[in-house]
Design a protein around this ligand. Sequence first.
Ligand SMILES: [Zn+2]
Length: 104
Amino acid sequence: MTMNGMICVACGKTAKPSTLRVDNSQVPGWECPCGEEYLDGAAVETLLSIKRLQKEHLVAKVTRQGNSYALRVPMEVVDAYHLKNRKELKIAPENHRIVFEVPT
Ligand SMILES: [Zn+2]
């Protein structure tokens, strides 16, 4: 496998990077001219972790830290989204929801 493509197991040609659909999500992978598709294994793992989280009752807790506030997020969420200390997330406010966008 290279950065630009991978050799197709079915036909031997080079499969090109592509965005594939799994359920209703987009997952990076490779697409061969013969029609074979290969999904990025790590991206599929992330997608499955997120699907598991959607079935759980998750709570984030607001805590005061000096003059600012921090949001404590469950470890399952940290792991599923590969969050790191001091990582910045874009905030997309919605009516009664706050959406945090995780850069890919
Ligand atoms: Zn092929």
